[in-house]
Structure formats: C-alpha cells, structure tokens
Design a protein. Structure first.
Length: 271
C-alpha cells in the first residue's frame, strides 16, 4: 500500500498543479481577451535521485510556440510569459520572428528574468512589461563556452602569425555570428525605432559591451531606447507561483491546445 501510494501521490499532485495552471491561464485570457503562452524554464529534477537539470530554449520550445501562434486568430492579442536563462539562437529567432509577424498585439511579460535568447524574444514584442526588479541581458553570441566578442578581442591583440589556425577559425565564426545577430536585432526593431537607433541598440547588445550575464533592468533598457513598462498584473505573479516545484518531464511551453475564434465571429461571447 505504501509503495502504491508513493507512486500515485506524485501523479495526483502533478495533475492538480497542471489543472491550477490551466485555470489561471484561462482566467488571464478571459480578462485580456488574448492567447496566453508560457515559456518558463526552471531547474528540473529527474528520476528518484533528484539530480537538477536546467532547461533552456530549444527547438521543442520553438515548435510548440509556433503551433500555439498558428492556433491563434491573426487579430487576437498574444501574451507571452517569459522566464528563461536563454538557449539556442535558432529557436529564439524562430519564436521572435513568428511573434513579430503576428498581426495582433504581442505583449511579453518578464516577472523575473529573460536573458540572452529570452531578450531576443522580448525585443520582438509590441510591448514589454517587466517587474521593477526583473532583467533582460546582452545578446553577444557564445561560441562554445566563449563570448564571440572576446574571441575577436584576443585575436586582435596578437600578430596573426602568432595565432593558431583553430583560433582563427573561431574568430571567423565569431565575426559572422555577431553580424548575424545584429542584423536580426535591427530587423525586429525596425518598426519600433528609426534604423539608426536600432543599429545603435544592436551594437550595444551584441558587441561585448557587457559580460553575457550582465543584468539590464528597465531603467537601463529605457536609456538605450527600448520602451518598457512596469505595471505587471498580479495574475502573472500568481501563475509563476505555480511553477516553483520541480517536476520531471514537465513541458516548458504551456497553452490551451485549441483554436480560438474572435468573439465577434462566434456571436455568443464564447471561444
């Protein structure tokens, strides 16, 4: 009986937690008449040993978010709740581009932090709402475990004949990576600020002006020319409270998996 109880209890607990999350997501959606998507990465525990595994933005996340956007009417607002240390550039760019192409208003909520690829996603939104203590981060590409701008800086300090071929290859990749990320940042900011300002912001975020984990709060972002609001709804904090416990095999993207229709089309106020 004890063995059976130990197996059933976590399942029931996880089921109740999932239901509570979905209920609160529906509540936010009804209040804001929007599609709510969460991209929340926490440290997970695997197996009975409880080893922590940290999650990052990956292709699975981008696939799920792209599906959620496809299920959303073009004119319906999207609210993305973002909490992540970053991750794969390809996945982050896919998400950012899909959000930018969505015709309805896109709002990104950052209750705590959205670093690296999370920042890239946030910049694609029509509106960024952050907690007063929340932060975004720089976008300098990482080549292996080294910042691309630092690789270039190290190579420039030496005569080219004193640098080994592998480092020169890394420097070439680093130069391309920085250029590509800058171009993408300018692209997603093109409808928010003048091109010259977009290029200035991109250069500051991508060129190694800060270390990769440097926290950029709303005041620093505003100084750079990025518009940020701090009126975070209480429901966002309430939802984050439901993600505190580590759960094995929990998907980091969550949304109500059904196509939505505009209220005007249904005629009865229901989705």
């Amino acid at each position: 009986m004890i063995f059976i109880f130990s197996l059933v209890t976590p399942f029931l607990k996880n089921s109740a937690l999932k239901s509570a999350r979905e209920a609160l997501i529906r509540e936010i959606e009804k209040k804001r008449n929007s599609r709510v998507i969460t991209l929340i990465h926490r440290a997970e525990s695997i197996s009975f040993l409880g080893f922590p595994v940290r999650r990052y933005i990956d292709i699975e996340d981008s696939e799920e978010i792209l599906r959620a956007i496809k299920l959303t009417p073009p004119d319906m607002p999207i609210d993305l709740i973002l909490h992540t240390p970053g991750g794969l550039v390809l996945a982050a760019e896919q998400i950012a581009r899909a959000l930018k192409m969505h015709r309805g208003k896109v709002t990104v909520f950052v209750p705590h932090y959205a670093m690296s690829g999370g920042t890239l996603i946030a910049l694609a939104a029509d509106e960024i709402i952050m907690d007063e203590n929340a932060v975004l981060g720089p976008l300098d590409p990482q080549i292996g475990n080294m910042p691309a701008p630092s690789i270039l800086a190290a190579v420039r300090k030496k005569d080219v004949n004193q640098v080994d071929d592998q480092t020169l290859i890394l420097a070439d990749i680093a130069e391309k990576a920085i250029r590509q990320v800058k171009e993408f940042v300018v692209e997603i900011l093109s409808d928010k600020v003048p091109k010259e300002k977009a290029e200035e912001i991109a250069d500051k975020l991508c060129s190694g002006h800060w270390t990769h984990d440097y926290p950029l709060n709303y005041e620093k972002l505003r100084e750079m020319g990025i518009q940020v609001k701090t009126d975070m709804p209480q429901e966002i904090y309430d939802l984050m409270d439901l993600y505190k416990q580590a759960e094995p095999k929990r998907p980091s993207v969550n949304y109500i998996p059904a196509p939505y229709y505009n209220r005007k089309e249904t005629g009865n106020g229901n989705r």
